[in-house]
Design a protein around this ligand. Structure first.
Ligand SMILES: C[S@@+](CC[C@H](N)C(=O)[O-])C[C@H]1O[C@@H](n2cnc3c(N)ncnc32)[C@H](O)[C@@H]1O
Ligand code: SF4
Length: 328
């Protein structure tokens, strides 16, 4: 039973040097057409399930104007949502204004995810990202209790001291949730020719992060939460449960099919969603269950596994071998 839905808003005012997400420059001309197509896509595929989590990601959803955001929220009213809805929006720090925060609140958003990435000026310059305005962060806190902060580490020339100082600052802000990722050097980005930092240093950095964030529940490789504030939406992915993905380049998983929508804005706004589909058989589903499940600190729940696949995971030869060699 589908309980989660991801909505992709691909517009960004600035493009970050490391980013390989599906995004295009913010352009007013496209936005109304994009929202028309999004509405059409939802009308075509959504079957009315009661949703427990809704996540608006990007791109930069917060780059939309108040009118455009109003239109988006009106479209999303078509979705049937439960009383315990976790409703997240990704927000870039420079977009935070009192008006937008109020609009989010008025439209039942109860969690915001802010891309900070680093507080260090050299790191920010490297990433082609704006300086951090602490007033904006504090304003967000006035309106929202459940805030996630995104950070990136293992940037070129970054030292343990620089990372430590980023961790000081994020702990001072005291968010309910922190996602912290080691820089991935992707092919289609401005930094594609860069060498990654030394693996040993990356490992030292990861240990430092785990140590400094020890008051948080480290529930997934890169995710830390005050207990009770773990992201229900992201747990849908890691629990290998099905979810809708709407919007250009969005991925979803419905009726045993994993799909990704077209990454072409010209196709998308013509309602040519051109999904690339992967049809899963039972073995594929089991493999996803393991790959996703091992990302979580809690690992794989053997009872749920048995219920879902009608077999005992501990009967699996490879799993047994890895367990006996102390590799699992
Ligand atoms: C879609 S972005 C977040 C929302 C918004 N677009 C922003 O940049 O603030 C999701 C997060 O993934 C992480 N991320 C994206 N590309 C990455 C890369 N190449 N290496 C490591 N982390 C990356 C960043 O922390 C980023 O904030
Ligand atoms: S990291 Fe976020 S803001 Fe930067 S280009 Fe990618 S989607 Fe846009």
């Amino acid at each position: 039973m589908i309980k989660s839905c991801y909505i992709h808003i691909p517009f960004c005012k600035k493009i970050c040097s490391y980013c390989d997400f599906c995004k295009i420059y913010y352009n007013e001309i496209y936005i109304n057409k994009y929202l028309d197509a999004l509405e059409k896509e939802i009308d075509t595929y959504y079957k009315g399930e009661l949703l427990d989590t809704l996540y608006i990601g990007g791109g930069t959803p917060s780059s939309l104007s108040l009118d455009e955001l109003n239109r988006l929220f009106n479209i999303l009213k078509k979705l049937n949502t439960s009383d315990k809805l976790e409703f997240t929006i990704e927000c870039n720090i420079e977009d935070i204004t009192e008006d937008k925060l109020k609009l989010f609140k008025d439209n039942c958003i109860n969690r915001i995810s802010i891309g900070i990435e680093s507080f260090n000026e050299d790191n920010l310059k490297f990433m082609n990202r704006p300086s951090i305005n602490l007033d904006k962060l504090n304003l967000a806190k006035k309106y929202f209790d459940n805030i996630n902060i995104d950070l990136i580490y293992a940037l070129p020339n970054e030292t343990l001291e620089i990372l430590n100082s980023d961790l000081d600052k994020v702990l001072e802000f005291n968010p309910k949730h922190i996602s912290i990722y080691s820089l991935i050097i992707e092919n289609n980005t401005m930094i594609r020719d860069l060498e990654p930092i030394d693996d040993e240093l990356d490992y030292e950095m990861y240990k430092l992060i785990c140590d400094r964030l020890s008051n948080y529940h480290h529930y997934e490789i890169s995710n830390f939460a005050i207990p009770g504030y773990e992201s229900k939406h992201n747990l849908t992915y890691w629990n290998n449960d099905e979810y809708y993905g709407f919007g250009m380049g969005a991925s979803g998983y419905t009726n045993n099919i994993r799909y990704t929508n077209t990454k072409s804005i010209n196709h998308y706004i013509k309602n040519e969603f051109n999904r690339v589909e992967e049809h899963l058989n039972s073995l594929d589903k089991e493999k996803y269950e393991l790959i996703m499940g091992f990302r979580k600190l809690s690992g794989i729940n053997l009872n749920i596994y048995k219920e879902k696949y009608n077999k005992d995971l501990l009967d699996n030869e490879i799993i047994n071998k890895l367990l006996s060699e102390n590799k699992l």
